[in-house]
Write a protein that binds this ligand. Structure first.
Ligand SMILES: [Zn+2]
Length: 252
């Protein structure tokens, strides 16, 4: 689906994971977080090929296994991430491999998490400006991408309609770091479309609604309020277990 001129989003079945393609000049494109099964990534590559599009660069929002995938058909191009995300992908390689082999087996593991550290705040490519917004909320060195020309925020694993805030447990003050991340995203002027790493895209009003919902969840979680467990996004599955784990992390 096209969420804005030149910005295409595909949604995978597993975890409602999104892959985004930004069109550049001369058939080049920027591919953000291609996901998630082997068949889906191959399908994305075939679709780009069919439209005469050629990846010029990749971007991984954060070093979790479902955001650092690639396939040979997407081409041998730089796949950027923030320097700290690259470090984490290297340090946590066994977890990345476990995640892929457990949930989306068959990927070429030599291409898994092979990222290039980007030391500037703008992704270098021949297309619309793509600004990196780095924070430590859901993961250390998490890099959302904002496309100012179209007002599109590629949020990575933040501001989802179907997931509560999932804290990065490594390091001090995970809730404070999460709030700081939301603040960085909220400070961006001109967000007209938000694309979460998991869930459905929304408009600017929906973005603000999700930020408010996330802040409410964090406030209640930090206070130890039982209402934190009533966030409608939690349900009865794996997010219930994540919520319980986060509650225990803060309140023992
Ligand atoms: Zn993640």
């Amino acid at each position: 689906m096209q969420v804005a001129p030149g910005v295409l989003v595909a949604t995978a079945e597993l975890y409602t994971t999104t892959s985004t393609v930004v069109l550049g000049s001369g058939g080049g494109c920027l591919v953000v977080d291609p996901a998630v099964t082997v068949a889906e990534v191959a399908g994305l590559a075939a679709e780009l090929d069919g439209r005469g599009l050629r990846p010029q660069a990749g971007w991984s929002t954060h070093p979790h296994w479902d955001h650092v995938l690639w396939s040979a058909q997407l081409g041998d191009v730089p796949r950027y991430a923030t320097p700290r995300a690259v470090q984490a992908a290297e340090a946590e390689r066994p977890e990345l491999v476990d995640g892929v082999t457990g949930s989306a087996p068959g990927h070429d593991l030599t291409l898994l998490g092979r990222l290039t550290a980007l030391t500037q705040a703008r992704i270098p490519w021949d297309g619309p400006a793509a600004h990196v917004l780095e924070h430590d909320a859901h993961a250390i060195g998490h890099g959302a991408v904002f496309l100012p020309d179209t007002g599109v925020l590629l949020a990575g694993d933040m501001v989802s309609d179907i997931e509560i805030p999932l804290l990065s447990a490594g390091g001090a003050d995970p809730v404070g770091r999460y709030r700081a991340g939301l603040e960085i995203l909220s400070a961006v002027d001109g967000i007209r479309v938000v694309v979460p790493g998991h869930g459905q895209p929304g408009d600017g009003a929906e973005f603000r609604r999700r930020v408010a919902a996330d802040l409410r969840y964090l406030d209640e979680l930090e206070r130890g309020a039982p209402s934190a467990g009533h966030d409608e996004r939690i349900g009865d599955g794996w997010l219930r277990a994540e919520h319980d784990r986060q509650f225990a992390l803060l309140h023992g």
